[in-house]
Design a protein around this ligand. Structure first.
Ligand code: WTA
Length: 568
């Protein structure tokens, strides 16, 4: 029997107080996600239960019980407090998926500070704009990423502390740098958790839009109410499950469902900190007897590409429930997983901004391959007309996905950019920025994004950010960046550029520019292809028309360019 039981019953009598009651939370109480994910689980008698089963390169293993993660959170919290880090200060986590990343997440929250997780493959510029925007006070990182922080430190007056978790040598550190070696630090038993309330800020995730710099999505501790219940009902986690979320906590899936959801339910989770290969992943599932697996379409397509042969070499019979998020899950992937694993991947749809799953397939519900499923109980969702923002009253029409604001995990604003936040609401609806339709049985069918943001392997990349970075290369005069279709990643970044006088188009220059972007932004933002142009298509007022280039890449009709010419 799944946790949700009957979807129809749950929808009828739904109230978020169901989650509040299970978490023993009442309006006005203290609510601290760090405490809920560790101390409370220990108090419930699961102190010795395994919380984190970690594996790194070369098969190195580490294990942490709920008591271990409780103590580590206290230790990190104490260390930060001793440095003078206070509640609501922003603390960036800039690490690979090492245990310290997960433990620091709890430690930062326990002192009421705000976690700012950033993908460790980010280059100097990506790191800089996000730390600057958040006026981050401290960053917790590894030796291998230290040089990036050092290179931008002068430009970040708010950044006072650089904490290095693996500085084991006596090599001197530089100004503002300190070493925190968890294995040497005495564990802190008694700790005063900061009394955060429902609306206290918790996590600040950066996400990319079409224009402007990345935006910091502000979440609060009350988000737990959504994250706990969606984890319980959609991912269906039960006490004896062994759970694996493949997402990096640099992105929201890796925090909402890679830390908060499972640990607030007292579930054992596994983390694999190595690169992708079908064999390595299947081996991991077999070794730890993983039962519930939350992943993404790009990974699933990569597994499909590797074929059925590797599946046969491993015993994957422990798997009982699979879910996916981040990009459209094609019907073939659902059918394939049913064939090779005996169970389908269930699609879930949500965003950094929504903080928790909004539209989804539940265990036990009829799956329509290719559809994202139905609204989570308590979520009022619809499709609105793109001009009037009024919900359609007929089925099958394509419009914008819209949600009635008010669910617990909804973002509270964009950091220092409330104007942009307000723009997401029209006619009383929160607009997700995606296009879809609904069928007669209330299933949602995803069509595409309503903006130019590129979704590559489930990660959003802003064309504006890449275009700006390209212009900083000495050879580049103008740039336009669009998505290009890709078999595995669905979309990859493609750049069109014109060169400055004195530069010649060549393969060598293309590679140099690609590398320049990889280092400055990230491997994901790096164009997979650069096309040299004599000039870029522009409107009469000089605005580059990405749409024409996009249509060319996707083999679509460009349509009437005379109207595009006038478009602003
Ligand atoms: C896309 C990730 C189709 C969508 C949790 C959304 C999806 C954006 C799906 C959010 C899905 C997410 N089917 N598209 N099941 N899930 N998306 O903020 O465009 O990194 O707006 O959050 O990913 O990406 P974000």
């Amino acid at each position: 029997m799944s946790n949700i039981g009957s979807y129809e019953d749950k929808i009828k009598n739904f109230d978020w107080s169901i989650s509040e009651k299970e978490l023993n939370y009442q309006d006005g109480n203290i609510i601290n996600i760090g405490w809920y994910c560790s101390d409370r689980i220990c108090q419930m008698g699961k102190a010795d239960k395994l919380a984190l089963q970690w594996e790194g390169f070369g098969g190195v293993e580490k294990k942490y019980t709920f008591n271990d993660i409780r103590l580590a959170g206290n230790t990190i919290g104490t260390f930060l407090r001793n440095l003078g880090v206070k509640n609501e200060d922003r603390v960036c986590l800039f690490m690979d998926r090492i245990p310290e990343l997960y433990l620091s997440f709890l430690g930062v929250l326990k002192i009421g500070a705000v976690v700012q997780p950033l993908f460790s493959a980010f280059g100097d510029e990506s790191l800089h704009v996000r730390l600057e925007n958040a006026q981050t006070r401290a960053i917790i990182t590894q030796k291998k990423h230290l040089s990036k922080v050092r290179r931008i430190l002068d430009k970040l007056p708010s950044l006072e502390h650089i904490i290095i978790v693996d500085h084991y040598t006596s090599k001197p550190l530089q100004d503002k740098e300190v070493s925190l070696n968890l294995e040497k630090e005495p564990p802190v038993e008694e700790f005063n958790i900061f009394p955060t309330k429902a609306e206290s800020p918790s996590v600040l995730h950066y996400t990319s839009g079409t224009t402007g710099q990345p935006k910091g999505v502000k979440h609060v501790h009350y988000s737990l109410i959504s994250q706990y219940l969606t984890t319980k009902w959609v991912l269906d986690l039960q006490d004896n499950d062994i759970y694996w979320c493949t997402a990096d906590p640099g992105w929201v899936t890796g925090t909402s469902y890679g830390i908060i959801g499972p640990w607030s339910l007292g579930i054992t989770q596994c983390v694999l900190n190595t690169g992708f290969s079908a064999e390595a992943w299947y081996k991991f599932i077999e070794k730890y007897r993983i039962t519930v697996w939350y992943s993404a379409p790009t990974a699933i397509r990569s597994l499909m590409k590797a074929g059925q042969e590797p599946v046969r070499n491993f015993n994957l019979s422990s798997l009982r429930h699979l879910a996916s998020v981040g990009e459209p899950l094609n019907a073939e992937a659902v059918i394939w997983s049913e064939k090779v694993f005996g169970i389908p991947f269930l699609d879930t749809y949500w965003q950094t901004e929504t903080g928790s799953i909004m539209i989804t397939n539940f265990p036990g519900m009829k799956v329509k391959p290719g559809s994202m499923g139905k609204s989570f109980p308590g979520i009022i969702s619809t499709i609105v007309d793109a001009k009037t923002f009024k919900p359609y009253n007929e089925y099958g029409k394509i419009g914008l996905i819209a949600f009635k604001p008010g669910w617990p995990a909804m973002m509270r604003t964009y950091w220092n950019n409330d104007k942009m936040f307000q723009r997401k609401f029209k006619n009383g609806w929160y607009l997700a920025g995606d296009r879809a339709s609904i069928d007669k049985e209330d299933y949602f069918w995803f069509i595409g994004r309503d903006d130019d943001v590129i979704n590559t392997g489930g990660h959003l990349v802003s064309p504006f950010e890449v275009e700006s970075a390209l212009l900083e290369h000495e050879a580049v005069s103008e740039s336009a960046v669009v998505a290009k279709p890709d078999e595995v990643n669905m979309e990859v970044v493609k750049a069109f550029i014109t060169l400055k006088p004195g530069y010649e188009a060549s393969d060598d220059l293309e590679l140099k520019i690609m590398n320049f972007i990889r280092k400055k932004l990230s491997p994901l933002a790096m164009p997979q292809e650069i096309e040299y142009m004599d000039s870029l298509p522009k409107t009469r007022s000089g605005k580059i028309m990405r749409r024409i280039l996009h249509a060319q890449e996707w083999g679509e009709e460009i349509g009437d360019t005379s109207t595009l010419e006038d478009e602003e």
